[in-house]
Design a protein around this ligand. Structure first.
Ligand code: UD1
Ligand code: UDP
Length: 363
């Protein structure tokens, strides 16, 4: 097993994006086996990112698809275990806090394969959130915990985790640094609903707190329609379906469109006057690119963005009332902050160094 390949596992949009750099850095050092669980399967949430970011086709596509947490996690667990039994990887790398992360992590540790958690140590302290359960479980059994920040690393130390802790910085920063020059300006994006040069906000929503509450989502859409500037919402299928069910559409200042590719999205975040989001990835990309952000969450795992003055939180249930004033207030703030909380954008090398050290220590 110690000479086997390194397995890299992912399954959702942001994980394909982050895996792009991890795969590239790891392929220089070890034979790889790559596993896409298929949690996200639409072209615009999956294949598009392979194409844009030059990700090699996965060695295994598990075709897990959508489903209740238990069903999705169970399918990932059993199918990943079958792959690992055959491939005998020297270690398994999982990313983030999705059901794909949990399933692949459990499959590895149950087979006694060293497991590496990238994006370890983040906490929202919200037990109702599937992702909080996933990341705590994965951290508690990981052999190597790659923390994206000093605070995440300190959190893991505080919790006396079993595994080795490494403060590697955030791999999403590497991906952004690598690709920022390829960002596509909004006016060149197919279907962009505004005129070239028009000031705008970019919004993304996909979390259960909003998509699962007709009342909060209706109030949120009302607030987006009433913003003081046009807002473009590239809709994740989950919010698209929730909006359709409620008969909520574009109107007023709100323009709903299809999900964007990575180059289009980072171009939109870069050029927007403000970002409105419940996405972890989008919060950090705004933070790194110097774009103001309002996050529709009661808490954020990326609390440095708030502490450093880049991000304001608005609770989903209060967005109907508080979003417009929060956006106006944030727009009026000065737009500079220290954006070094998540490392220097060299996480891929730091992560592969830490994996190398872990594997050598076990030989
Ligand atoms: C998942 C992750 C979340 C992450 C997000 C990234 C969990 C519990 N959640 O949330 O942490 O932030 O991915 O985007 O793992 N759907 C499609 N096409 C697809 C995929 C999904 O139409 O290709 C629809 C289905 O109706 C599905 C719903 O979106 O039921 C939700 O998908 P799912 O993967 O369960 O959760 P996300 O909200 O995408
Ligand atoms: N993203 C994208 N197109 C979109 C929306 C998001 O390319 O229409 C990118 C975004 O730039 C970031 C990542 O997807 O890199 C964030 O993924 P998501 O919001 O789905 O998940 P989260 O980060 O909240 O887990």
């Amino acid at each position: 097993m110690k000479h086997g390949p390194l397995a890299i596992c992912y399954g959702t949009r942001p994980q394909v994006i982050k895996a792009s750099m991890l795969i590239e850095a790891s392929a220089k050092l070890w034979p790889l086996v790559t596993v896409d669980t298929g949690q996200h399967y639409d072209y615009s949430l999956n294949e598009l990112f392979y194409e844009q970011l030059g990700v090699r086709k996965p060695d295994h596509f598990l075709e897990v698809g959508s489903g209740a947490h238990a069903v999705q996690t169970a399918h990932v667990l059993t199918r990943a275990a079958t792959v690992f039994e055959a491939a005998k990887p020297r270690a398994v790398v999982v990313i983030g806090d999705t059901n794909s992360t949990l399933g692949c992590a459990l499959a590895a540790v149950q087979l006694r394969i060293p497991m590496v958690h990238v994006e370890a140590g983040l906490r929202s302290n919200d037990r109702a959130m599937a992702e909080e359960i996933n990341r705590r479980v994965v951290d508690s059994v990981a052999d190597l915990l790659c923390a994206p920040s000093a605070a995440a690393s300190a959190q893991l130390e505080l919790e006396h985790q079993w595994g080795v802790i490494a403060n590697t910085g955030d791999i999403a920063h590497d991906v952004l640094r690598r690709n920022l020059a390829r960002a596509i300006a909004p006016a060149n994006v197919k279907g962009w609903p505004l005129k070239a040069g028009e000031k705008f906000a970019i919004a993304t929503l996909h979390r259960a707190e909003l998509t699962g509450s007709a009342e909060s989502l209706t109030a949120m859409i009302g607030a987006l329609r009433g913003l003081p500037l046009p807002v473009v919402l590239p809709a994740h299928p989950r919010v698209r379906d929730a909006l359709a069910k409620l008969g909520l559409t574009s109107g007023g200042m709100l323009h709903i469109m299809s999900p964007l590719g990575y180059f289009e999205m980072i171009g939109a975040i870069r050029d927007a006057a403000i970002v409105i989001t419940d996405s972890g990835g989008v919060q950090r990309e705004a933070y790194w690119m110097g774009t103001k952000c309002v996050t529709i969450r009661t808490e954020t795992e990326w609390h440095e963005t708030v502490a450093l003055g880049a991000n304001t939180l608005v609770a989903p249930a209060r967005a109907g009332v508080e979003l417009v004033p929060a956006v106006k207030k944030r727009l009026a703030t000065d737009g500079t902050w220290d954006n070094g909380a998540y490392g220097a954008g060299d996480a891929a090398v730091r992560i592969t160094d830490a994996i190398g050290a872990m594997v050598r220590a076990r030989v």
